[in-house]
Design a protein around this ligand. Structure first.
Ligand SMILES: Cc1ncc(COP(=O)(O)O)c(C=O)c1O
Length: 395
């Protein structure tokens, strides 16, 4: 059987990882400034995470949600503590799309309504309603299409207010990323999130914060939406939650009433997933990783802004996007990988995305900048046709 060929992949076979580094099968070392799409939150194979998972494997790996799983309660308790949402409750599932599906479904059960407000540039996943809410027609199959999605311009308060004035009683939920990831690292303005809160309160709609990519401390606060000083009704979480072990969840405000069977999953909240997620929160607390994301992120952002070759820098904490001026736009990301052995990500409009582990050190950030400097220097030399200075491109 062959693999179903849907991914654009780098021809690199990673066989080993530790902290902010990965190695390929030839032993070549790479600095990981991307964390496998923002998944690596506390560093590859963190000792505590690894030991916790190994210890759990000596006990039990999985049983379904038909028995007591004390680890789920422990995770919920700890998540409430670290996120500051102690009075919320937790439903566990397996992926970001599944978290958003469950959030939207719960909002619809709660309100009895169907219409979902979502925004230009949004990415919420690839399943049924999550993909319908995503702003990318290329990944919406005919079966996913629904007339219940209302797409508004991102950060446009007037359009939002007018939409609620027109459709208020029909609006089930507003779903929004605090910082758009796939869309190119664009922040939702605090006043915009506050308006969503106010309008949802006025019209009995549910405010869903998609924190799948921007959450779990990455922005320098636990949920990036926290910067606006208002609570969402539901927070969806995934990527950084398990540091690579698949686990996701939704944190649900106290006004929602659980009914037996209204949500459910076979794998969600299994023993291994819970210990992985608990270990991540332990490390986030013990190593002050949210603070590190805030300060180191600011350091990287400030430094990027100092380059004349950099056109724009966006983001917060260790969720950073930047665009280069011509002639660097198209080449930089691939050269960072092929010449400097640094993984980065991309987003719309040739944006380079940096989503490293929250445990990235200043030295590792400086290693990135040393490579960045030499790359820019060599590209300039190449453009000016100075072959002797091009040694970096010759191997
Ligand atoms: C903001 C956001 N929501 C949802 C998802 C979907 O998550 P998953 O790929 O785990 O289904 C993603 C994935 O990139 C995301 O960035």
């Amino acid at each position: 059987m062959l693999l179903f060929d849907v991914y654009s992949i780098q021809q690199i076979n990673i066989t080993k990882a530790k902290g902010s580094y990965v190695w390929d099968e030839t032993g070549q070392k790479y600095l990981d400034m991307y964390g496998g799409h923002a998944v690596i939150s506390i560093g590859h194979l963190h000792d505590h995470w690894q030991k916790t998972l190994k210890d759990q494997l000596d006990k039990i790996a999985f049983y379904s949600n038909s028995i007591i799983i004390r680890l789920q309660e422990e995770l919920a308790q700890k998540l409430g503590e670290v996120s500051g949402k102690e009075d919320y409750s937790l439903f566990l599932c397996n992926s970001g799309a599944e978290a958003n599906e469950n959030a939207l479904k719960l909002a619809s059960f709660h309100t009895g309504r169907k219409k979902v407000v979502t925004f230009t540039g949004a990415f919420h996943g690839r399943t049924s309603l999550a993909v319908a809410a995503t702003d990318n027609p290329a990944i919406v199959a005919p079966v996913n299409y629904t007339g219940d999605i209302i797409r508004l311009p991102f950060n446009d308060e007037q359009a939002l207010t007018e939409c609620f004035a027109k459709h208020g009683p029909e609006i089930c939920a507003v779903i929004i990323e605090g910082i758009q990831g796939v869309g190119g690292i664009y922040e939702a303005e605090c006043s915009f999130l506050q308006s969503i809160r106010t309008l949802c309160d006025q019209h009995g709609s549910v405010y869903i914060a998609d924190t799948v990519q921007c959450g779990y401390g990455r922005s320098g606060s636990f949920f990036s939406h926290d910067a606006a000083g208002v609570n969402a009704d539901i927070y969806t979480m995934a990527k950084g939650m398990g540091n690579g072990f698949p686990v996701a969840g939704i944190a649900i405000a106290p006004e929602f009433v659980a009914k037996k069977g209204m949500l459910g999953t076979t794998f969600g909240g299994n023993h291994l997933a819970c210990v992985a997620a608990i270990a991540v929160l332990d490390v986030i607390q013990q190593e002050n990783l949210i603070e590190n994301a805030r300060t180191l992120g600011q350091y990287i952002i400030n430094k990027l802004k100092s380059y004349p070759e950099v056109k724009s820098v966006r983001g917060r904490g260790l969720m950073i996007g930047f665009e280069m001026n011509e002639p660097f736009t198209k080449t930089l990301k691939s050269y960072l990988l092929s010449k400097c052995r640094i993984f980065t990500g991309e987003a719309k409009n040739n944006t380079i995305r940096l989503l490293p582990s929250l445990a990235l050190t200043r030295e590792e950030a400086d290693q990135f900048f040393a490579a960045f400097d030499s790359l820019i220097y060599n590209l300039i030399c190449k453009i000016l046709c100075l072959p002797t200075m091009l040694s970096i491109f010759q191997h």
